[in-house]
Ligand binder design. Structure first.
Ligand code: SAM
Length: 283
């Protein structure tokens, strides 16, 4: 028996009813499927009953085990294992050369980073991932709640983000200290086509929007105006609030996704016009 390694965030999902629920939640299409961290292969086995997949696993001991366990599927061309750190793969670009869906029980320690990479990857069309409940809530948080911060706005700018169900620690071996949730993010049609709609015509626009969000939420309890003034001239940000009749005291979580788009667009277009170029700080 292979012992779970803490350093790789290994908590193996043993509850067969949860495995079945994950399979039912998968998008039904003919797209390529990618699993991150197959572990001992329990979820992999169930996924392979539905369609072929490519899996990314960092633990070399598990890779030997998985190659043996799925040797038949590998010979048939239905299973491929990529050994290594998936974050290193993302640095090289997409995980795939064709559109794909991601299904995974993610290691907690890098779950947010993996989701952000998948959101930025235009070839990733949807995610069904198990992560810590508190983190899932950040991606799915509705407008005006205190969890509605950068992660929720980013995910909801790109697609629909929702929590499907929770999973208790006793469903895993070893048991984690926290409750988990299954988070589903389905990218919008424009992203499915591989284009970035409206404000995100290019991947660089998305990166710029992430920067805008970092400034907007520097101190989430402070006003948007105070936060954004570290990036653009306060007077100009103030004028924008007046133009759209937002109170100067509005805090970043009180601004809806579409209003954040509007403010972002105005601020970045202002830069293109040269109005803001001299005043931008922290380039
Ligand atoms: N899918 C299995 C299951 O549901 O039982 C295992 C899930 S376990 C929470 C996370 C898995 O991700 C482990 O197999 C771990 O080795 C793998 N992993 C951790 N860090 C990784 C990384 N940087 N790249 C690829 N896989 C990683």
């Amino acid at each position: 028996m292979i012992a779970a390694k803490k350093k790789f965030g290994q908590n193996f999902l043993k509850d067969t009813s949860i495995l079945s629920k994950i399979i039912q939640s998968m998008p039904k299409n003919k797209r390529k499927l990618i699993e991150i961290g197959p572990g001992l292969g329990d979820l992999t086995q169930r996924l392979l009953e539905v369609k072929p997949l490519v899996a990314y696993e960092v633990d070399s001991e598990l890779c030997i085990y998985l190659k043996d366990k799925f040797s038949k599927e590998e010979d048939e061309g239905r299973f491929a294992l990529v050994e290594g750190d998936v974050l290193e793969r993302f640095k090289e670009g997409s995980l795939s050369d064709e559109p794909y869906d991601m299904v995974a029980n993610l290691p907690y320690y890098i779950a947010t980073t993996i989701i952000l990479e998948a959101l930025r990857d235009p070839l990733c069309k949807s995610l069904v991932v198990m992560i810590q409940k508190e983190v899932a809530e950040k991606f799915a948080a509705p407008h005006k709640t205190k969890e509605f911060t950068s992660l929720a706005i980013l995910a909801q700018s790109i697609g629909k983000s929702k929590i499907l169900f929770d999973v208790l620690p006793e469903s895993f071996e070893p048991r984690p200290k926290v409750t988990s949730s299954i988070l589903m993010i389905e990218k919008e049609q424009e992203f499915i086509k591989g284009d970035f709609p409206g404000i995100f015509e290019k991947n660089e626009d998305l990166k710029m929007f992430e920067k805008y969000l970092r400034f907007s939420f520097t101190a989430p309890r402070k006003t948007w105006l105070k936060n954004i003034s570290a990036w653009v001239e306060k007077k100009y940000a103030n004028q924008l609030l007046e133009k759209y009749e937002y109170p100067v005291t509005i805090r970043p979580h009180e601004i809806s996704v579409s209003s954040h788009h509007l403010l972002f667009k105005e601020l970045t277009e202002g830069k293109k016009d040269g109005r803001e170029q001299e005043t931008e700080r922290n380039r």
